[in-house]
Design a protein around this ligand. Structure first.
Ligand SMILES: *Cc1c(COP(=O)(O)O)cnc(C)c1O
Length: 422
């Protein structure tokens, strides 16, 4: 835990410490890497499990001017509860027919449209609200998921949106797309998608669209493809300090610091003889006399059952491994004869610089990606926010490692009375 963190007081079964200082530093690092673009912090799915409102506020405090969510409900909730400064834009992109279009228009959200049904629904809502809707047209440049196909479909969507714009019912604020393989640098689809995106943007602009923002870059593209930054980068996982391309570099290699640390209190320590089966199915049998530690979190808390027998935990300065199956609420580690006090700290994952495993280690243990590990930590685990305020110089020093000569806005404005570095 960072020294500046207030010590969480009440003893807790488990907690996810969310280091907002790390989050702010990550946002500043990403802004420095994409200096010509605005930054959207993607805070969908409760900020990848970190807590949408505190993370959105911290990201905005570090210079994010856009927030992104999947569903309109997530976006409406942020508008209602996050107390964001005026001018912060919120975009959402996963709509289904009958969605809350009118509420979204009234809450001044940017709404993504991929198809004619959505355009018709948003136009009707704008008419009913008596307000123009902000819409962003999404192109499928090769992901094969959401988005409008190039060619006739795109021509129809662009044409109809322009007619509605001319009628004062909407404003086309953005043209955008999403990558399929940006986490595999060098994958030929990245260049192909970029080329098609430029074509589809050029077509729309040729028809008269004047977007405020054109955007396609997610975290991996923001880190590896400056030619994909355009006017805005949409960073999710990198804001939370997790490497989007673990094959190419760790968080630290990209100048990022993991934001979530997952801890639990050891609930029971006991001696058992050799040959003792452990947890459902007895998939672990003690090789000799040993001690077992009970860790009071399970798959209901988001600990993957696929990490049975493989997930790592730091207890008493040593890495231990999940012994046998992860159950709904608890799992067991073989402590090899050590006898920590009940209540001792078990760290499942964190930044990794105190010897603890990382979310990436859990992803490997469970055969998944670290996105899934952090996002699935359940609501039964309280989030404890630390480092809500961190000296700007510390952040500038961290960023300076990746972007030499970088000076944060706050430092440049001399808010703390000192210029830091260059
Ligand atoms: C989730 C998401 C992002 C963020 O992706 P990361 O890889 O986490 O940066 C960006 N754009 C869209 C459309 C998304 O759904």
């Amino acid at each position: 835990m960072n020294e500046t963190a207030p010590a969480p007081t009440a003893p807790l079964r488990a907690r996810a410490e969310i280091d907002l200082g790390a989050l702010r530093a990550n946002v500043r690092t990403l802004r420095a890497l994409a200096p010509g673009a605005a930054l959207m912090a993607v805070v969908k799915s409760d900020a990848y499990g970190h807590g949408a409102v505190p993370c959105a506020r911290a990201a905005v405090g570090a210079g994010a001017t856009w927030l992104g969510t999947a569903t309109p409900e997530e976006a409406l909730d942020l508008r209602a509860r996050a107390g964001l400064p005026a001018g912060v834009r919120i975009m959402c992109w996963l709509w289904t027919p009958g969605g809350p279009w009118r509420e979204a228009v009234e809450a001044d959200l940017d709404m993504s449209l991929s198809d004619m049904w959505a355009l018709r629904e948003v136009v009707a809502a704008a008419r009913a609200a008596g307000l123009p809707a902000r819409v962003q047209l999404k192109a499928d440049t090769g992901l094969g998921r959401n988005g409008c196909q190039p060619g006739d479909d795109w021509a129809e969507l662009v044409g109809e949106a322009l007619r509605a714009e001319a009628g004062g019912l909407l404003r086309i604020t953005g043209l955008w797309s999403h990558f399929a393989c940006a986490d595999e640098p060098g994958h030929p689809s990245v260049d192909a998608q970029l080329a098609l995106f430029r074509e589809m943007v050029a077509y729309a602009e040729g028809q008269g669209v004047r977007p405020e923002v054109r955007h396609i870059a997610n975290s991996p593209a923001t880190l590896t493809r400056p030619d994909s930054h355009f006017d805005l980068v949409r960073t999710g996982i990198a804001v939370y300090g997790v490497s989007p391309i673990p094959e190419q570099g760790s968080s630290a290699d990209f100048g990022l610091r993991p934001v979530m640390t997952l801890k639990a209190s050891v609930a029971l320590v006991k001696q058992v003889p050799g040959g003792h089966g452990v947890s459902y199915g007895h998939h672990y049998v003690t090789p000799g006399t040993t001690t077992l530690g009970l860790i009071p979190v399970g798959y209901a808390d988001g600990i993957p059952r696929h990490a049975s027998g493989t997930g790592p935990v730091l207890v008493g300065g040593k890495w231990r491994t999940v012994a046998g199956r992860v159950a709904m609420d608890q799992f067991v580690v073989d402590l090899g004869g050590d006898e920590p006090e009940p209540g001792a700290e078990a760290i499942l994952f964190g930044p990794g610089d105190r010897g603890e495993p990382t979310a990436e280690d859990w992803a490997q243990a469970a055969g998944t990606i670290a996105y899934e590990i952090v996002t699935r930590i359940g609501t039964r685990v309280p989030r404890v926010y630390v480092n809500e305020d961190v000296p700007v110089e510390d952040e500038a020093a961290l960023i300076d490692r990746v972007v030499p000569g970088y000076e944060s806005d706050d430092a440049a404005q001399g808010r703390d009375g000192k210029r830091s570095g260059t």
